[in-house]
Design a protein around this ligand. Structure first.
Ligand code: FE2
Length: 394
């Protein structure tokens, strides 16, 4: 099967990488698979370098996308060890309340900012930072990073943690650096430039209909990173069109429930009716689930819960982060163009009818109304009739 060949091949290569060896030598708890159903259920164990319990997560496509991830549990009143590293990292607080103290190598002044459930921030590359749980309740956060890329590049994990170079082009001790920037602060690509999001569960997002009617998306860029990220939401009773692109995007479920289908684009747009059913990976999706679409695999998100679905996507991989802006822009464009027109977005009319039926069945089981109105399947309908036609958020 294409699916099993893929997992076997990349696992064999990954275990020989500097990052793969480092994770093993670090003696940390690890989790590996096609997806994490719920980060709250991961078993964490002491990670001495950070002074907290952690679990390192590797989803198979992350092995080729050079992304890393870990989840950290902080006890009430805990303070973590100060750390700095030559990899970019986006931190999302899953629960709890605390502060981060952050400073640049050689500076006396320490910057402090607060975080709570739903906060997202990114320590600028190689800055020192130390996290404190100030409350009498536990705190938990997920960190998505480029540690594998950095370690594999230098072939030396300790260098990544012990290089004193201050990247003052990214952070030079500016006042207000960790204030939430107004949404009006966009760069030339319409990406929100902010170094802190106070609550990713509640932040308003912008209209984006190309993958699902009445969907919303806001992309954001933090701390001068090459990593990009976005928050995306879509209505009750709806699902996205399938699309594919390069590996390295990491998706963390924030709200609602449902499932995600992943299958190799080599298996075509209709895997169920062309004998490739066994190549489809079905990810049980919901708050706290994590998955990562492999290189050039279709992925399709289904909301079967009773509220709008929302996720955080940290984009990366060869096609996205670190690539020249032109390449990044091109990849985004191709994923917004139908397969019939040279892109990688599978129009509803080209999808497997089995996909539709399975969605209807899942909604029925959950007692949720189906909002995939017949018109939405008509070619070009969503583009021609955006939310003005009444496809409002539900
Ligand atoms: Fe995608």
């Amino acid at each position: 099967m294409l699916k099993d060949d893929y997992a076997r091949t990349i696992k064999a290569g990954w275990e020989r990488t500097t990052y793969g060896k480092w994770v093993r030598d670090e003696g940390v708890a690890t989790y590996e698979g096609w997806f994490v159903e719920d980060v709250w259920k991961l078993e964490t164990a002491p990670w001495p370098r950070l002074g907290a319990r952690a679990c390192f997560v590797t989803i198979y496509p992350m092995m080729e996308g050079q992304r890393g991830m870990y989840v950290v549990d902080m006890d009430p009143g805990a303070k973590l060890e100060p750390i700095h590293h030559l990899y970019e990292q986006i931190i999302m607080v899953l629960e709890g309340h605390g502060t981060t103290e952050l400073w640049q190598e050689g500076d006396d002044r320490k910057h402090v900012f607060e975080w709570g459930r739903g906060s997202i921030f990114s320590p600028p590359l190689n800055t020192w930072y130390r996290m404190y749980n100030l409350s009498n309740l536990p705190a938990k956060f997920a960190a998505i990073n480029r540690a594998p890329a950095a370690m594999n590049e230098f072939h030396n994990a300790e260098f990544v943690f012990n290089c004193p170079y201050p990247f003052r082009d990214r952070f030079n001790g500016e006042d207000g650096y960790f204030n939430v920037a107004p949404m009006s602060q966009r760069d030339s690509r319409n990406i929100w430039e902010t170094n802190l999001i106070a609550d990713a569960l509640a932040t308003d997002l912008d209209p984006a209909d190309n993958k699902v009617a009445a969907g919303t998306v806001t992309a954001f860029h933090m701390a001068g990173n090459t990593l990009l990220a976005h928050l995306s939401q879509w209505p009750v009773g709806r699902y996205h069109k399938a699309h594919y692109h390069g590996a390295g995007a990491m998706l963390l479920g924030l709200r609602s429930e449902g499932y995600v289908l992943l299958w190799p684009s080599r298996a075509g747009g209709k895997p169920y009716t062309t004998g490739h059913e066994d190549d489809v990976v079905e990810v049980p999706w919901g708050r706290g689930s994590v998955y990562s679409p492999p290189n050039e695999w279709f992925h399709q998100h289904f909301n079967t819960g009773k509220e709008p679905a929302r996720h955080l996507a940290v984009r990366g991989g060869n096609a996205f982060s670190g690539a020249p802006l032109g390449q990044d822009a091109q990849e985004t464009r191709v994923a917004s163009v139908d397969t019939g027109e040279g892109g990688t977005l599978l129009a509803y009319e080209d999808e497997d009818t089995v996909v539709r039926q399975r969605f209807r069945d899942a909604l029925e089981r959950n007692g949720v109304e189906n909002h995939m109105q017949d018109e939405l399947y008509a070619p070009g309908y969503i583009r021609a009739h955006s939310r003005e036609a009444g496809w409002g958020e539900r």
